[in-house]
Ligand binder design. Sequence first.
Ligand SMILES: Cc1ncc(C[n+]2csc(CCOP(=O)(O)OP(=O)(O)O)c2C)c(N)n1
Length: 555
Amino acid sequence: MYSSKKNVLETVALLKAHGITHVVLSPGSRNAPLIQSFTTDPDFICWSVVDERSAGYFAIGLIYQIRRPVVVCCTSGSALLNYGPAIAETFYQKLPLIVISADRSSAWIEQMDGQTIPQTNLLQSILKKTVHLPEIIDNESHWYCNRLINEALIAGVHGDAGPVLINVPISEPLFDFYTEKLPNVRCIRSVSSDAPVCIDDFINTWKASRKRIILVGQQGKDESLTRILELLTNHTDCVVLCEHLSNQTAPSFISNFDVLIKNAMPADRTPFEPDLLITLGGHIVSKQLKKWFREHHPAFHWQIAASLTMADTYQSVTNLVEANPVHFLNRLFAAIEPETERPYTTHWEKASASIDQPDNTIPFSDISVTGAFLRKLPSHSSLIVGNSSPVRNIQLFSLPTASEIFCNRGTNGIEGLLSTAIGYALVNKGLTFLLTGDLSFFHDLGGLWSNYPVSNLRILVINNGGGGIFHLLNDLEQSDSLQQYVAAKHDKKTEAWVKAAGMNYLQAYDEVSLEEGLETFVHSGTKESIVLEVFTTIEANKSAEIAYHSSIKQR
Ligand SMILES: Cc1ncc(C[n+]2csc(CCOP(=O)(O)OP(=O)(O)O)c2C)c(N)n1
C-alpha cells in the first residue's frame, strides 16, 4: 500500500508519469512515506544506500549508464547536506539528478525540534531548481503542488540538464500506509527548442478537437503573428481572443470577451468552452476569463513561448512548447486542411457581435469619458494606459486603426506611469497619449520634474477623487475604511503641478466641456504638452457600470 500523504502520492505519481524508473533510497522515518510509496510501485527499481553521500554518487553511476534522470531520496536534516558533493558534481557535469528530501512542516523549522535545518536554502547555488511543496489541503494547494513538481522535473532536463531539489514537508502521523492506488495526475509535457519541435502530436490533437481557442496576452505589435492568426480563424474553426494590450487587431478577432462572459453567456456555457486552448504572449486583464477558464479546464492547453517558463494562469497547461509562436502556428497551419464549416467560431462571433459598446445614454463617468476620448483618438496613435479602471475601460470600446498600446501590466503597479509616458514621448516622433487615473498621476508627480522638455505628450487624467476602482467592488462597499484609506479619497486638482511643469492645462466636467477639451487635446499643432483633467464622480461611475452591464443582460 502507498502512503496516504497527498503530496507524497503526487510526487511519486508524477515521477512515474515523467518516466523515472530508478530510485536510490537512504533510510529514515520522515521519508518513510516516500520509501513506502516508491517500493510499493512495481514500476520503480529501488536501491538502498545508507550513506547519502555515497547514495548521490551511486546515482551518478546509474545516470552514466541509463542516461536518464535518477532519484535520490533522504530524510530531513543533515541527511540532505550529505548529497552536497554529488549535487555539485551533477551541477557541473549537467546530469539530471532529482533530489527528494523529506522535511518537517515549515512551522517546525529551527524550533529545536529534531533533524531540522533550512533545507531549501542551503544548496541553491548548485541546484538548477528548488521547489518546496505544500502539504495538500484543498484544490489550490493540490494544483500548486502538482505545478511545482512538474516545473522541477521539466527544469531538470530542459536545455542543459542538472540537479533539482523537491523538498517534501510531511506532518505526522507518518506511517499511515492505506492508499491502494496512485492518483491520476496532470503531467505537463514540454517540448524544447533544442530540437526541432515534432509537430505530429499537435496536429493530431488539433484535428481531434472541435472547439479551439487561441488566446493572445499582452505583447507588442507583430504583423506576422496577426497574419497567421487571421489565416487560422478565417480558414479553420478556431476562435482568436485578444485584448487591446495584445496589439493584435483584425475584424475576426474577438476582444469584448470580458463583457461577454460577464453578461451575455447563458448559464450553460458548454457551447463556448474550448477543448483545445492555445495561449501566447503575456498578461490577460479579464478577471471573468481567468475565473471561467480556471473552473473549466480544456482537455488540452498548449502554452507556446520563446522560452520555457511556465505561467499556469488557468491551472490547465498540458503542454509547454518552447518555440517562436509564429513559426509554430505557421507550421501547424501548413499541415492542416482548411475547414469550411466553422460552427464554434460562428457561435462566438454571433455572441460577440450582439454586444454594443457603451453609448450616450450612460451617465457622464469614467466609462463615457474613455469612450469619447477613444472616438477622437487619431489612427496610428501611441497610447499608454494606467492600471486600475483605464486598462479595463478601454476594453469596452474599439481602438482607432493601427494604434499601438502599452501598459505597465507586468506587475500592475500604478507607479512610474508619467515617467514611462515621458520616456516614450521623448523618443516618439508623433503625439503620445496617456490615459490615467488621478492616484496614478499623483503617485508619479516626480516624473513631471524632468530636465527634458517634452512637447508631444497628451495626458488625459480622469479625476474621480481617489481610487475609483475600489468603489466598484461589491464586497468593499460596506467597509468603513473604504473612502479614506482603501480608495484614498481626496479633492486635489492636478492644475498647479501641471502648470509648474510647463504644460498646458485644460479641464472638463461634462460632455460639452469634454468635447471642447478633446478638440484641442488631440490636435498636434500646440508647442507644449497638454494635460486634460476630467472630473467624474463615484456615484456617476457606479450608475454607469450598472446601466451598461444591465443593458447587455436584458438583451
Ligand atoms: C504601486 C502600487 N500601489 C498600490 C496599488 C494598488 N492599487 C491598484 S488600483 C489603485 C487605485 C488607482 O487609482 P487611480 O489611478 O485614481 O485609478 P481609478 O481606480 O480611479 O481608475 C491602487 C492604489 C498598485 N497597483 N500599485
